[in-house]
Design a protein around this ligand. Structure first.
Ligand code: HEC
Length: 411
């Protein structure tokens, strides 16, 4: 059982690190975007070559100055902003490996979609992230990349197509997290392979006393803009795996992803323009974003098994999960305990007052479901007593011991 505790604690610590680094990264990126938009002309900086902004924070006033492409001489001290991004990617990658590749049978592989081996599933995931970045980079450098709007639309279509591809090999939650991971990999790779090398070349030119080439700044701006617009959709996709209502039906995942990108990008667009000039806030962005979110909500609900039933579209989902090789059905006494103490909430039609769909999408009303959720049952009802919540259904210590005995003999 030690391994199960380790997996849970490891996941918790990695997630902690990931959230902290992501806050630092997204926070500084939002800060600089706002700063860029709020720059005003300065007397001693020629027009088009930078500007100045005043800010107040933490008891002091800051005077910020921006120099495009670079200041005349190299400053003695320079702070770089890159490790927030790198560490977000590194911690995110290890979290992906920890949760989705090391426990792929629980989270990544859905035999009803494709009966992959854990090794194949992990290899597909990692290869997709690497190749996905290469393809995006190729798009940006191709002649198509010269037109920002064309490139933006192509990138949008590309990510939606990728989500479709992920949904045809992985579980619903696996597909959404990989779509988010692909976009986030593009974001960090933009920093690592494009923005940073460009900045280093500018600095090399400055120290050599030459005038830096503005083309590096331009390429970096294009990549930063992409990063800016995909930030909010990426965060939605990163959180989606905690909400089964977002991934209940793989067939609609590409449309959901498209709607979320539209909503997230437009909300960013609103703030990008608003921070430059409050009077020009594009309020229509909110209208379209809310419409997109509303459509996403309806689409997800109407296509999910429980929602279909509520709308009178089809009978309740009764398809039993396919057991993976090596997985055994629980003994009768275990099934009886779980269906007696858990299934009032964790069933297609929960009987517990106030619970309308199975919490977290976890169904425990039949032996096949109990077998596929063995690990989760171990974490929730044996290692901890998180379930039943506040022991509402009155599970006895003897019943937990019986569960523990069975779970000790399963993977
Ligand atoms: C009174 C209703 C109720 C009963 C009974 C109940 N659960 Fe839950 N269960 C919930 C709710 C609500 C959640 C969602 C908790 C949350 O959002 O963190 C949940 C979540 C879960 C999860 C998912 C946890 C996660 O974060 O992914 C598992 C696994 C689970 N329950 C197993 C069980 C088991 C096993 C039993 C019986 C021993 C049980 N539950 C009994 C209401 C119930």
């Amino acid at each position: 059982m030690l391994d199960a505790y380790l997996m849970e604690w490891g996941g918790m610590l990695l997630r902690w690190l990931h959230v902290i680094t992501a806050i630092a990264w997204i926070g500084s990126s939002f800060f600089f975007i706002h700063l860029d938009a709020s720059l005003r002309p300065a007397a001693d900086i020629p027009p088009g070559e930078g500007g100045r902004a005043w800010q107040v924070h933490g008891g002091g006033f800051y005077e910020m100055r921006k120099y495009m492409v670079a200041p005349a001489v190299m400053p003695a001290e320079l702070t770089w902003h890159k490790w927030q991004s790198y560490w977000t990617w590194i911690s995110g990658f290890f979290l992906l490996v920890w949760v989705y590749y090391a426990q792929s049978e629980l989270y990544l592989i859905d035999p009803a979609v494709m009966a992959l081996s854990p090794l194949a599933a992990g290899a597909i995931g990692i290869a997709a992230l690497a190749l996905g970045w290469l393809f995006y980079d190729f798009l940006c450098k191709s002649p198509l990349g010269r037109n920002d709007v064309v490139l933006g639309l192509l990138g949008f279509g590309y990510v939606v197509a990728a989500s479709w591809a992920f949904a045809s090999v992985f579980s619903g939650r696996g597909a959404l997290i990989h779509t988010g991971a692909l976009m986030a990999t593009i974001m960090t790779a933009n920093v690592f392979f494009n923005i940073m090398p460009g900045q280093r070349k500018v600095i090399a030119a400055l120290t050599a006393g030459e005038k830096p080439d503005p083309k590096y700044g331009k390429a970096a701006k294009q990549r930063s803009t992409h990063n800016n617009y995909i930030t909010l959709p990426v965060l939605f996709l990163m959180l989606s795996n905690h909400y089964p209502v977002t991934y209940a039906n793989s067939a609609v995942i590409p449309v959901l992803v498209a709607l979320i990108i539209v909503a997230g990008a437009l909300i960013r667009h609103f703030y990008n323009l608003r921070h430059a000039d409050h009077a020009k806030s594009p309020w229509w962005c909110w209208g379209v974003a809310i419409l997109a979110l509303w459509l996403a909500f309806w689409l997800a609900m109407a296509s999910s098994p429980g929602g279909r039933e509520r709308l009178g579209l089809s009978p309740p989902a009764t398809a039993k999960p396919v057991l993976l090789a090596g997985m055994a059905l629980p003994p009768v006494e275990v099934s009886t305990i779980v269906s007696g103490r858990c299934a009032m909430c964790h069933a297609p039609e929960p009987s517990w007052p106030g619970i309308q769909i199975a919490p977290k999408g976890v169904l425990l009303h039949e032996p096949e479901f109990i077998a596929t959720h063995a690990r989760a049952i171990k974490v929730q009802a044996v290692m901890t007593h998180a379930m039943p919540p506040n022991n509402l259904s009155g599970m006895t210590p003897d019943e937990r011991r019986l569960l523990a005995a069975w779970l000790g003999s399963t993977r």
